[in-house]
Ligand binder design. Structure first.
Ligand code: LLP
Length: 420
């Protein structure tokens, strides 16, 4: 169910009128529905029928601490990829023993901090990293709980830019080298082997690549156990796709978990999943105002106040996000196609091509849907534009959960040296 619905032709987030919010919050802004976020988490956690599942919310999808707190309150752990995400997770009350640390480039500072915080597991992505982790753990008189991330050489994901499981991708250690790496890990003093990890890509709406990747790690687990390695945790990563275009072609969660259960569920191990998009995407909208309407002999444009710096998915991945008028109108009862573009000086600053609209006007509001994942986190200050606000809504309540970072604050960070 969607928590963004029309009430008397006005789009609302739960019981908050989005056009009403504009009176106190300047556009553009992100708006999230807490009930929607909670529903997503509960659907996921209740769809797996075994009790050995740990959901580690992948914070990169949306790292606002209120969003993280929403999931930690429901029992979630976290998948982090930087010291910043780790700090945010801890501040939002994710227990340290529910945090896994992924990423190909963990720095000394990041590893040391995570070791001090006694996190659940490091998902190691190279031999170099493994050795470095061992040294740093030894220095702290500890053993680092470790999983090896396996690269299964499987193509998956909504776009080549977000596929991570092929040999040519930088992620993980080739399945062919897995046993060798575990042998080395076993010989290193600062390493405690805990588990195995895999993550093949994002926005995956087909069970087949998941199935192949589970089989790949199952083979490795069997081989490891025949050699007396202890694998307590199987981390199967994120990647669950969503239905951006309302096509009904998205992954069926029950079928996904049936597959998990069938392939890996009865091995007596903890299963970790690292969903990001599934938990957050559909719970957020981006509200933007029309600055100008430009009608030309052969092309119509609507220029809005949000730009690719605020929301880059369409530019970066050619992603299509539905766009709705915040207040429905029937000004002329006829629809014409408009390209919805931002103010940035790049042709790629385009949110939607040929959106049918009824006589849009300067000052009208539009909402981009399903922007709760990889939206605000990917924003930048390109063209010296501010970082926009984020609002959380619950029933009749709304609250700013990130203040706009005003442009003067950004401008004053630059320094001009005396000698210039
Ligand atoms: N675990 C790891 C190790 C990851 O690298 C990712 C995402 C996830 C979990 C969460 O994946 P999800 O459940 O969200 O698919 N910016 C792109 C997506 C990049 C995904 C990066 N890694 C987009 O907007 O589509």
């Amino acid at each position: 169910m969607s928590y963004f619905t029309y009430k008397e032709s006005r789009l609302s987030a739960e019981n908050i009128d989005l056009a009403g919010l504009v009176k106190s919050i300047s556009t553009p802004f992100y708006c999230y529905s807490l009930s929607s976020l909670q529903d997503k988490y509960k659907t996921l956690s209740s769809s797996y029928k075994n009790d050995n599942l740990l959901i580690c919310y992948s914070i990169k999808a949306n790292s606002n601490q209120s969003i993280i707190k929403c999931f930690s309150d429901l029992g979630s752990g976290a998948d982090v990829v930087s010291i910043g995400e780790l700090k945010r997770a801890l501040k939002a009350k994710i227990p340290n023993k529910k945090i896994v640390f992924s990423g190909v480039g963990k720095t000394t500072e990041e590893i040391n901090y995570a070791l001090e915080k006694d996190i659940l597991m490091f998902n190691v992505e190279s031999l170099d990293e493994l050795k470095h982790l061992s040294v740093l753990a030894k220095n702290q008189g500890k053993k680092a709980p470790t999983a090896i991330r396996i690269n299964p050489n499987i193509a998956a994901g909504g776009n080549a830019k977000i596929s991570t499981g092929k040999t040519e991708d930088k992620f993980g250690i080739s399945w062919e080298d897995a046993i060798d790496i575990y042998n080395i890990a076993d010989s290193l003093e600062g390493i405690e082997i805990k588990g195995i990890d895999i993550h093949i890509g994002s926005q995956i709406n087909d069970l087949d690549p998941f199935s192949k990747s589970f089989e790949c790690i199952l083979d490795i687990i069997k081989e490891l156990e025949s050699r007396n390695f202890n694998i307590d945790i199987i981390d199967i990563g994120g990647g669950i796709g969503i239905d951006y275009k309302d096509e009904g072609k998205n992954l069926n969660i029950d079928e996904y978990f049936e597959l998990v259960q069938e392939k890996l569920g009865d091995l007596g191990k903890t299963i970790i999943i690292e969903p990001g998009r599934y938990l957050t995407a559909e719970s957020g909208v981006l509200v933007t105002e029309i600055i100008y309407v430009k009608k030309e002999s052969n092309k119509n444009f609507v220029i809005v106040d949000a730009g690719m710096n605020d929301f880059i998915r369409p530019t970066l991945y050619g992603a299509e996000h539905k766009i709705l008028p915040v207040i429905e109108n029937t000004r002329s009862n006829s629809l014409e196609p408009y390209d919805i573009v931002g103010p940035i000086c790049e042709t790629g600053d385009l949110f939607f091509k040929n959106l049918p609209l009824d006589n849009p006007k300067k000052g009208d509001l539009l909402a981009l849907l399903s922007v709760g994942a990889y939206g605000s986190v990917l924003s930048s200050n390109y063209n010296s534009r501010p970082t926009i606000s984020e609002v959380l809504v619950k029933d009749h309540q709304s609250e700013l959960i990130r203040d706009k970072i005003e442009i003067d604050e950004i401008v004053k960070r630059d320094k001009i040296p005396d000698w210039l």
